[in-house]
Design a protein around this ligand. Structure first.
Ligand SMILES: [Zn+2]
Length: 492
């Protein structure tokens, strides 16, 4: 009865038809709307030039960098300028520009640590004076370098040649910096310059690995970790840094493969536990040196956990070529975050444990390529981790030595792995969510990040690339060399 009546009632039929059409079209709209959030970004990826995409990624608000080493993050030009500026504080630096074969046959010419046959090792005057005269003559005062020598010095701590790689980085860069890295005032300036540069890229939080141990004054006397902490902190409360609105916490790093690494670990725990701005301990150093394998530290960590209740752990693990259980062993050590985690891909049980889990992998795309842990990005496990729900965030590791930036990490990720906008936001969010900062501060930063990225997203979705600034983002050597982003036509 009802259907007959309905069929016969034309106005009702029209109304029903209209309602049905509206219902159907709204159904159709639902599905595309969910993807439409990303549609503007997909369109930009399809149509923008690399330079435009880079500009977008530079201006994009970012979260934090949870894996960077302060000394490796200083650009060579910064080290050079600060070495000269340190003369005002009584430090005079000398660097080795020739080798006069001063050491007799049978000497320790290739000694690991401070090899004699290495150019551009930089010493402060108090240590230079301790050398025999023949060796003193191999050095030139930093302020007297010829243009060629200066160029050589700058290049000597930059990993940008095809024949350079892991050995050059681990066995020469740090050894060359030598006494420059032991000046806490100079180091505090390297921190400050990094904070400014990362802030310019839209980062709001940094958790650098920076040691408070091993510093000396201009006369060569030791400076205590507590004094170093005061030197760093007093630089970072100055107005130019406060104006950035950047928040930070430090990690104390120790070298993992030395014979006294357990002793260093104890000191690191004691120091971090007593400091407000240091929140975690990290273990660094090449993992292909088996002396630093993670299981070595299990009993030491357990003993430390009996005593200390406020020290977090992020530890390098899986930054190695062969499959092994280092990531799993490192989680057992108590780490909440894994640095690199490259070989986790060969450990299915641990991968399953980490999917949608509380442990994050700090991904360093530029570092992994330059240090030859992958020969090409097609080998990198990052997209597998990201898209199977293993928490990940991007970080820069030693960007001063790669001549790169956080923008470069995002650019590589978008270009090589076709990141969606939602994935970009997830990476930004993770870089704050898995930080070791205080819970209330973390909540506040996550909220700020969400607001900033939403504003940016709306602006770009509405105005497209015309919403971007006209001044080109600064570009460094890595993206210039690999992605030809510094061609003259780009105004560089
Ligand atoms: Zn690292």
């Amino acid at each position: 009865m009802l259907s007959r009546q309905f069929l016969m009632n034309r106005p009702l039929r029209v109304m029903f038809g209209l309602f049905f059409t509206f219902f159907l079209s709204s159904l159709l709209l639902v599905a595309p709307t969910a993807r439409a959030n990303d549609a503007w970004f997909e369109e930009i990826k399809r149509t923008a030039t690399d330079a435009e995409l880079y500009q977008l990624l530079y201006e994009m608000p970012k979260g934090g960098d949870l894996h960077l080493h302060i000394s490796g993050s200083g650009f060579p030009e910064w080290w050079y300028e600060l070495a000269l500026a340190a003369e005002a504080d009584g430090y005079r630096y000398y660097t080795k520009v020739r080798i006069n074969n001063c050491r007799d046959y049978g000497g320790q010419a290739f000694k690991i640590g401070t090899p004699y046959l290495l150019m551009f090792v930089t010493l402060q005057e108090s240590n230079w004076k301790k050398l025999p005269t023949c060796e003193q003559e191999e050095y030139v005062r930093m302020s007297s370098l010829t243009p060629d020598q200066k160029e050589g010095w700058l290049n000597s701590i930059k990993l940008d040649k095809s024949y350079e790689g892991r050995a050059e980085f681990f066995e020469t860069h740090w050894q060359r910096l030598q006494d420059l890295a032991a000046n806490p005032w100079l180091r505090s300036e390297i921190i400050a310059r990094n904070f400014k540069a990362f802030s310019d890229e839209g980062l709001m939080y940094l958790e650098p690995q920076v040691s408070a141990m091993g510093y000396i004054d201009a006369q060569g006397s030791g400076i205590t970790p507590a004094e170093v902490a005061t030197i760093f902190e007093s630089r970072l409360v100055e107005q130019d840094i406060r104006d950035l609105g950047l928040y930070w916490r430090f990690q104390q790093s120790i070298l993992r493969f030395t014979p006294f690494a357990e002793e260093d670990l104890k000191q690191a725990y004691e120091f971090v536990s007593s400091q407000e701005t240091w929140v975690a301990v990290n273990m660094v150093g090449r993992e292909d040196d088996d002396k630093g394998h993670p299981a070595r530290f299990l009993s030491a960590m357990r003993a430390l956990r009996h005593k200390y209740n406020n020290v977090k752990l992020s530890i390098h693990a899986g930054e190695v070529d062969e499959p092994n259980s280092h990531v799993k062993d490192t989680l057992l050590l108590g780490a909440d975050r894994i640095g690199h985690g490259l070989n986790l891909i060969f450990d299915p049980d641990t991968m399953l444990l980490m999917r949608h889990g509380p442990y994050m992998v700090e991904i360093n795309l530029v570092s992994n390529l330059l240090l030859e842990y992958v020969t090409d990005y097609s080998e990198h496990p990052f997209p597998e981790y990201l898209r199977t729900g293993i928490p990940v965030a991007l970080s820069t590791d030693d960007r001063g030595m790669w001549d790169s930036t956080m923008t470069d990490e995002f650019f590589v990720a978008v270009k090589e792995f076709n990141l969606s906008w939602e994935e970009i936001k997830l990476l930004g969010e993770n870089s704050l969510k898995y930080s070791f900062t205080e819970p209330a501060k973390k909540k506040e930063m996550l909220k700020t990040y969400a607001n900033r990225i939403e504003r940016f997203e709306k602006k770009l979705a509405r105005q497209g690339l015309s919403a971007l600034a006209k001044d080109p983002a600064p570009r460094h050597g890595f993206v210039c060399a690999r992605y030809a982003l510094c061609a003259p036509s780009l105004g560089e």
